[in-house]
Design a protein around this ligand. Structure first.
Ligand code: GLN
Length: 311
């Protein structure tokens, strides 16, 4: 068979992926060809006339066939960019989402403000951060990588938990890959270990928050991801409520929890905090699209914004 060019392969794959119902068929076709050719997507776009040999063409066919069946591009490539890091991704954990970068930014601001106000000397205990339901390790590692760039990572220890031992294996691989394993402790737990001692100053969590009934109606790619990382029960907030109930024992007196929530859950979360944690406050930060995205929960004495505000 004659060699085919980059542009011919991308054209054919885009047609196949369009027919299969993929929502960004051309982008997917380009990313997958770049992956097979071990170049980046810009190279695919810049060199349409380059011939592709039969071996790589066969690999590309196999990748496009997986994508046609609905498998996410991140699982086929084996990694996803998140907050400037390339993180290994596979069916052991949820694929990191761009909206979670907002939670990471909030955590970076929170931790660096605390360290700027009260730097930890090398002999003092590190500032304790929890990443509850760490999955691929995305939040813990993006936070630590940003703190490392600010020369603050050595003052922090992140306890990253997950109920899934397989997800923790992936998170550990990512921690090693990014040279951050010495700043992370991985703990298999349903949310948190039974006793948290000493408590955390900053707790981050992107727990499952999709309502059960919505899951099957969402993009078919979701069927490839662990359901336990998405399914939050009838209104999506079962797991978040269980975590709220653990906060009094898990958060330091001036500690703060930063929780990713769904766009329609801002008011429900504020109400849940008011009902379950009297004397605490909850404010909700919108994402770039103006949708509620990160709930900030703390004891009222810890300061922060107006009680119950949806900002
Ligand atoms: N934002 C994700 C989605 O809608 C849900 C992530 C989650 O449940 N934590 O696909």
């Amino acid at each position: 068979m004659a060699d085919e060019t980059v542009s011919a392969l991308v054209r054919d794959a885009t047609a196949r992926l369009t027919a299969s119902g993929a929502c960004s068929p051309r982008l997917d076709a380009e990313l997958l060809l770049a992956h097979v050719l071990r170049i980046d997507r810009t190279g695919v776009i810049a060199h349409p006339d380059v011939p592709v040999g039969p071996g790589q063409k066969a690999q590309y066919e196999a990748a496009v066939t997986r994508r046609e069946a609905g498998e996410p591009v991140a699982y086929i490539r084996g990694f996803r960019e998140f907050h400037g890091l390339a993180l290994a991704t596979d069916a052991r954990a949820l694929i990191p989402r761009p909206e979670t970068e907002l939670l990471v930014d909030a955590a970076i601001d929170e931790v660096s403000a605390r360290l700027t106000a009260a730097p930890r000397s090398p002999s003092a205990p590190a500032l304790r951060v929890a990443d509850v339901g760490t999955g691929s390790g995305a939040i813990a590692l993006a936070l630590l990588a940003a703190l490392r760039a600010r020369r603050m990572a050595e003052q922090v220890m992140v306890v990253a938990t997950d109920a899934s031992a397989a997800a923790l294996d992936l998170a550990r691989e990512n921690a090693v890959g990014h040279g951050l394993a010495d700043r992370t402790v991985f703990v298999e737990a349903d949310l948190l270990p039974p006793v948290v001692d000493p408590p955390y100053e900053v707790l981050c969590a992107n727990l499952p928050y999709v309502a059960t009934a919505q899951i099957d109606g969402l993009a078919r790619e979701l069927a490839f991801e662990p359901r336990g990382a998405l399914d939050g029960g009838p209104d999506g907030l079962d797991v978040v409520r269980r975590l709220l109930d653990r906060l009094p024992g898990a958060l330091a007196a001036d500690g703060v929890a930063l929780l990713e929530i769904g766009a329609d859950q801002g008011e429900t979360v504020v109400e849940a905090v008011a009902n379950r944690l009297p004397g605490w406050h909850c404010s909700v930060q919108p994402d770039l699209a103006g949708l509620p995205r990160v709930a900030r929960v703390a004891r009222a004495a810890a300061g922060g914004s107006t009680q119950g505000a949806v900002e």
